[in-house]
Design a protein around this ligand. Structure first.
Ligand code: NAD
Length: 498
């Protein structure tokens, strides 16, 4: 059986007896094992990072950017192989796996412009003979802890910017689909990145805790579920690390009475069921405004949902593939039961779905509930599966209130032809990312990504200018070059510009 090992100091590193199982979710079978590392394994990565980082930080930013340019070309050249590997461990269909890689590459493209993004500020003559300037310096060693659902994009969000800024990086990817992160690191070496600047350590809680507690790690970026995000944020910040930690989601799609319902059905099918609903920017809740809108939408949605094709990740016709593992399949099916028990009307039931020839695969059919209430636990919590819940709102005000009062605040979308309603909604809703007739409003790489409330802990977002801020610290310099003539003010009084 293939063993997925750590990647430290530019080489594969196998150590330890503890191993995790990596499945092929389409087949329901174990296809590889992954090392579950220890504090000692982390120390090896820290030693490699520490040895390499000062020279990398001293490399001028244009040269660092050139590694990013090479990397972009290399990842593109290896796109097919990476997408197949990704799909085989995650279960998403190949076209979607390519999207996962491409969205990460767009952050690498942003990182190609790092010399510009790192420029400091300068004020000449801030006082008599005094200039003030600032410089952005790398933090040293940063770490990224990533979820299973975007095994290429999310690591690249983090290491693309961190490394371009002059840091060394330790990536702890999800133990459920760890192969692509290792391939991404190998390709960085091929692109010319010095050994030790990008290391991949595998593991579970033991490795995460080792990262949290290690005094040489200056900053941690985390993406995953909310309880873990909160844990990472509190433990990391208590140890004086810089931490950004992004959590779960329950995104709402508001459908106004004037919306183009055919467009909405099209957008919702992809946003609710694409990638088996395993996206933090999926749209698992639809909120039509008024019963007339709800009834008309329901009538169009049911045939569209019944027409969805669930298949293995290599099936080019499939709209979505299996969920990530058996435990998650059971969890999603349990939530379907809970929602039905709570009084939701189960219009399309995806439980018990099997695919001929792939009976052991972790498939869940598309599921649709109507008449879901905000008091349901199945509405309040994230399901992270191909389950769409319809919550009927009676007014625009109620539609603004539902996502605003939800514990999560990652993304939200409004479908309407009314510019005034859209503008009001965007200004008032208490959610971090808003789509107007855009179902999955993930901002492009040179903007920033981040949710609010229990979807995001910390105050700086991922990638774009906020990412540069997160991975650097600002040094402020006040300089004076006296001409030698004596004089000056009373040194015991705080200098002012008065
Ligand atoms: P997860 O929280 O189970 O795992 C995320 C990471 O934390 C993994 O690397 C895992 O090894 C580690 N981890 C797991 N349990 C831990 C523990 N007890 N202590 C310390 N570390 C632990 O998340 P997942 O199932 O891999 O990913 C799905 C979740 O991620 C969903 O909630 C989804 O909404 C969220 N997500 C959020 C965003 C966002 O940007 N907000 C993006 C993608 C995914």
């Amino acid at each position: 059986m293939r063993s997925i090992d750590h990647f430290i100091g530019g080489s594969s590193f196998a150590s330890g007896d503890r191993q995790g199982e990596v499945f092929n979710p389409s087949q329901g079978e174990i296809q590889a094992t992954v090392r579950l590392g220890t504090t000692a394994d982390l120390q090896k990565a820290i030693d490699a990072a520490k040895a390499a980082q000062p020279a990398w930080a001293a490399t001028n930013p244009q040269r660092r950017a050139r590694v990013m340019f090479n990397y972009k070309a290399l990842v593109e050249a290896n796109m097919e192989e990476l997408a197949e590997l990704l799909a085989s461990e995650h279960g998403k269909v190949i076209a979607d796996a390519k999207g996962d890689i491409q969205r990460g590459l767009e952050v690498i493209e942003f990182a190609c412009g790092i010399p510009h993004a790192l420029k400091g500020e300068y004020t000449q003559g801030a006082g008599p003979g005094i200039d003030v300037y600032s410089m952005r310096q790398p933090l040293g060693i940063g770490a990224g802890i990533t979820p299973f659902n975007f095994p290429a994009m999310i690591p690249m969000w983090m290491f693309g910017v961190a490394i371009a800024c002059g840091n060394a990086f330790i990536l702890k990817p999800s133990e459920r689909d760890p192969s692509v992160p290792v391939r991404l690191a190998e390709l960085m070496k091929e692109a010319g990145l010095p050994d030790g600047i990008l290391n991949v350590v595998h593991g579970d809680k033991e490795m995460v805790d080792a990262i949290l507690d290690h005094p040489d790690i200056a900053a941690i970026s985390f993406v995953g579920s909310s309880d873990i995000a909160q844990y990472i944020f509190s433990r990391g910040t208590a140890l004086n690390k810089r931490v950004q930690a992004f959590g779960g989601a329950k995104n709402h799609g508001i459908v106004m009475p004037d919306a183009d319902l055919d467009q909405v059905v099209n957008d919702l099918s992809g946003a609710a069921f694409g990638s088996a609903g395993e996206r933090c920017m999926a749209l698992p809740v639809v909120v039509p405004v008024g019963d007339k809108t709800a009834d008309a939408l329901r009538e169009k949605l049911i045939p569209a949902i019944n027409a969805l094709k669930v298949g293995v990740s290599t099936d080019p016709e499939a709209h979505y593939g299996p969920v990530v593992n058996e435990a998650h399949k059971q969890r999603v099916e349990q939530w379907i039961q809970t929602c039905a028990d709570e009084g939701g009307e189960l219009v399309v039931d995806g439980r018990g779905f099997t695919l001929q020839g792939h009976e052991k695969g972790f498939f869940v059919g598309p599921t649709f509930f109507d008449h879901v209430k905000p008091t349901f636990r199945s509405y309040q919590e994230e399901i992270f599966g191909p389950v769409l819940q319809m919550v009927r709102a009676q007014s625009f005000e109620e539609a603004v209130r539902l996502p605003s009062e939800h514990q999560y605040g990652n993304g939200v979308a409004i479908f309407t032809r009314n510019g005034h309603a859209a503008r009001e909604f965007a200004a008032r809703v208490n959610v971090g990312m808003v789509g107007i007739n855009v179902p999955i409003p993930v901002p492009v790489a040179y903007h920033t990504f981040g949710g609010w409330k229990r979807s995001g802990f910390g105050d700086l977002d991922q990638h774009g200018p906020e990412g540069v801020k997160f991975w650097t610290k600002v040094k402020k310099i006040t300089q004076r070059w006296p001409d030698g003539s004596a004089g000056g003010e009373n040194a015991f009084v705080i200098p002012t510009m008065g």
